[in-house]
Ligand binder design. Sequence first.
Ligand SMILES: NC(=O)C1=CN([C@@H]2O[C@H](COP(=O)(O)OP(=O)(O)OC[C@H]3O[C@@H](n4cnc5c(N)ncnc54)[C@H](O)[C@@H]3O)[C@@H](O)[C@H]2O)C=CC1
Ligand SMILES: NCC(=O)COP(=O)(O)O
Length: 322
Amino acid sequence: MTEARPIILTCGEPAGVGPELAPKALASGVPFVFLGDPRHLPEGTAWTEVDALAQPVAPGLLPVLRHDFPAPAVPGRPDPANARAVIEVIARAVGLALSGAAGGICTLPISKAALKRGAGFAFPGHTEYLAHLAGDVPVAMMLASTTVEPPCRVVPVTIHIALHEVPKALTPALLEQAIRITDAAMRRDFGIAAPRLAIAGLNPHAGENGVIGDEETRWITPLIARLRGAGFGLTGPLPADTMFHPAARARYDAALCAYHDQALIPIKTLDFAGGVNVTLGLPFVRTSPDHGTAFDIAGRGIADAQSVIAALRMAHDMAGRR
Ligand SMILES: NC(=O)C1=CN([C@@H]2O[C@H](COP(=O)(O)OP(=O)(O)OC[C@H]3O[C@@H](n4cnc5c(N)ncnc54)[C@H](O)[C@@H]3O)[C@@H](O)[C@H]2O)C=CC1
Ligand SMILES: NCC(=O)COP(=O)(O)O
């Protein structure tokens, strides 16, 4: 199935690399519309304003659905005056996706700190904000490689929380929810008929039979056994340090990890350039490049567009499957 409706590319933090990646993303070949303030695009960008998503645009021009911001963008220096508009753009894109006018959304990076400082943003990231906008639905964050084989797909079961909070936050209910969401998304969005999910342990060596922590023996292993009995294709708990080399990755389609860095270090090491962040469980398609605002290089025109291009292509494919 092909998807004719455009993907909405939200501008993200205007002082980051987002605006300079938008025109480069035309190389994706995916129909998309940039939602943001055209004043934030690099000088010389060939763009044209659209007021409807389906409006045809000449090849080579960046279609812009205008969202006016109060202030211009200074690369590397987020302006608190723009924080509210960054948040509004995300909400507007979600509205268009939920209405069916857009095939999905692809979000350029935000600075969580800048949004909190400038507008009191109450969410640790897009993932949690999108879940809220969709009606407080349960979601999971997946990062997926696009240039390595076997693929590396990781789901951190706890997401943007401090490391010392992880053992308490990682509960049987949360792990089961992440397994169910990931299994369903692998089928619906990635076309994998019988998903194989690998579950990482929380502790070194997956606890080594209770010698280095007891979460694995106490509840992770019994939970996996119960869900395996219910038909899920699960293995684990696996020691996290030895589950990401190629032969190990060949044995599963996605890895569920206990916390953010356990999941994101392998994917960003293996495929930083081509990694894509996908929110699983939403009633609309959402992808994003795997990187952040890259303030250190913003405005220099050197930001690599491979990840946003991969993210747009993945959103387009997912929308087609749905
Ligand atoms: N989806 C999102 O909105 C995300 C937002 N962030 C936010 O980004 C901000 C900065 O986070 P960092 O941890 O510094 O990560 P980062 O990804 O922005 O930067 C890490 C390093 O990678 C480089 N880099 C990043 N993207 C690049 C690209 N496209 N081409 C070439 N080099 C690139 C940067 O120059 C920097 O040296 C934080 O405020 C964070 O919250 C981080 C990840 C995802
Ligand atoms: N480290 C990944 C990340 O911060 C993704 O955040 P978001 O997509 O939830 O904004």
